[in-house]
Design a protein around this ligand. Structure first.
Ligand code: TNX
Length: 488
């Protein structure tokens, strides 16, 4: 009989204290009591298919079952929770809904992996006794999906949100525009979506999100404590916008749609007033759809924009974001540009060689979001044999993604807000492609961002992670069988 600290929770909780010899078994008569109707229903719906138990969500005291309690706990984070297991009941206590949600995710991982199945399984549904007190290391734990190079429908995004939130990730950054496609409807500039969205890498038909679809995704994600961060990449990466509205181009001529994978060849016309009307109206409409605090304005690889023009463009556009009540996020090339208060620079360079733009960001006091390409770029191949993916930042094995410390990556960066794993989609065309590149690296990066550094180590992680393979199999999630993991 394993004790609770020998189980296979990912990310590793901050504190785990076993009660040896104590065992909880979920039985058919169990009930759920919840201080949050929504969290109670979420838990019941997660447990009913595999257990086959009715698991009513009740108001009264729980004789045998699970209680979700909203109450003060010693932890201050709204994402923290305490999980207590004795013979009679399991209790999750948190200050806020997010903490309850994360406690429930941990509980699901403490149950046998067959709990993930969508048909009735044998059980027994046992959980070893003990106490977990857990809280996140970083408040920003994210992934990015590039829906511009290849378009993915809203259902795919919802399932990606499920995958993130099960590992306690709380941000989905959507790269909504690039040379190959514009993916969000904008009422003031309708041809962005209808013309700019009509293709993708390789020449497929592309697509875009209607405002209603985007709003539905935002709601779906919020129910799983995931914030959507929309990115409109400017002033480069704009061929799709120029194809839709040639007046945004320096020469006023619409370029042909672009379906290749080059970067750095397009720019908004920085000298024209219409460019700023465009930027303001687009940002206004996207902000209005976005309850989260962040608006990402890209700013990467503007090789076709003169440096002075680039700085001038950002000087004018960043305050538009602030005026909308949002925080500016940009790729770290924005570092030298005049900043807005609270700006976040997203570092995507290599580990050993922080470049001068990120140094400028740090010197200006920007907050730093870590996405080192040679560690957490999910579009890098695992090995030369990986059938899809790129390799410009090297090969990224699960261990490479896991085995580093965000606190010491950038010397002299005092204000690291967290970690984000970008998945660019030049070579990624299907949901199965997404899963292959995200699993198992996404859970590795989730642990990196959630668990305290002393609670993590590679030998322990690879053993815990191995037990998740069968869970993914039950959920229909394909993954890279990294030979460094002792899969069962
Ligand atoms: C660099 S990372 C880019 C993207 C590409 C990616 C491919 C960044 C800010 N820009 O335009 O898709 O590499 O790995």
């Amino acid at each position: 009989m394993l004790t609770i600290d020998e189980l296979t929770v990912v990310p590793m909780p901050a504190e785990v204290i076993p009660s040896p010899g104590v065992l909880f078994t979920l039985r058919p008569g169990a009930t759920i009591r919840s201080g949050s109707a929504f969290a109670g229903q979420q838990l019941a719906e997660a447990l009913r298919p595999a257990t086959g138990f009715p698991l009513p969500v009740v108001d009264g005291p729980v004789e045998h079952g699970i209680e979700l309690v909203l109450a003060e706990i010693p932890e201050t984070s709204p994402e923290a929770y305490v999980l207590e297991i004795d013979e009679r009941r399991i209790a999750v206590t948190a200050r806020a809904e997010a903490g309850l949600f994360y406690g429930v995710q941990t509980l699901l991982q403490l149950l046998p992996s067959t709990v993930e199945a969508r048909t009735v399984q044998a059980g027994p549904w046992t959980v070893p006794g003990g106490r977990i007190a857990d809280r996140p290391r970083y408040g920003y734990r994210g992934a990015m999906l590039d829906v511009a190079r290849h378009f993915f429908g809203v259902e795919v995004l919802m399932r990606f949100v499920d995958r993130l939130s099960r590992y306690k990730m709380n941000i989905l950054h959507l790269h909504l525009s690039d040379d190959q496609g514009w993916r969000i409807a904008v009422d003031a500039w309708p041809r962005l979506a209808t013309v700019g969205g009509a293709t993708q890498v390789g020449g497929g038909t592309g697509g875009h999100y209607t405002k209603a679809q985007y709003a539905e995704l935002v709601r779906y994600a919020a129910a799983r404590h995931v914030t959507i961060v929309p990115e409109i990449d400017m002033p480069g990466h704009v061929n799709a916008a120029l194809a839709a509205y040639p007046e945004l181009n320096d020469d006023g001529v619409a370029p042909p749609a672009y379906t290749g994978v080059d970067v750095g060849f397009s720019t908004l016309s920085v000298g024209k007033d219409v460019t700023y009307t465009f930027a303001r109206q687009v940002l206004e409409e996207v902000a209005a759809l976005t309850p989260g605090p962040y608006l990402h304005i890209g700013g990467d690889e503007a090789q076709s924009t003169q440096t002075a023009d680039y700085l001038e463009f950002l000087r004018r556009v960043q305050p538009m974001v602030t005026a909308l009540g949002k925080t500016v996020v940009g790729w770290h090339q924005v570092g030298p540009a005049a900043r807005e208060p609270g700006r976040i620079a997203q570092y995507w360079g290599h580990t050993p060689e922080p470049d001068e733009d990120v140094r400028a960001a740090i010197a200006q006091g920007d907050r730093i979001l870590l996405s080192p390409a040679d560690r957490v770029y999910l579009d890098m191949k695992y090995t030369p044999e990986t059938p899809i993916g790129l390799d410009w930042a090297g090969h990224v094995s699960t261990r490479t993604a896991y085995d580093w410390d965000p606190a010491t990556l950038l010397p002299g960066a005092p204000d690291v807000i967290g970690v984000e794993a970008p998945l660019w989609t030049e070579t990624v065309a299907t949901e199965a492609d997404i899963d292959l590149l995200a699993f198992p690296r996404l859970p590795a990066i989730a642990e990196l961002a959630w668990s305290p550094q002393p609670a993590r180590d590679w030998p322990g992680f690879r053993a815990r992670l191995a037990a998740h393979g069968p869970r993914w199999a039950h959920r229909g999630i394909g993954y890279h069988p990294d030979p460094e993991i002792p899969w069962p």
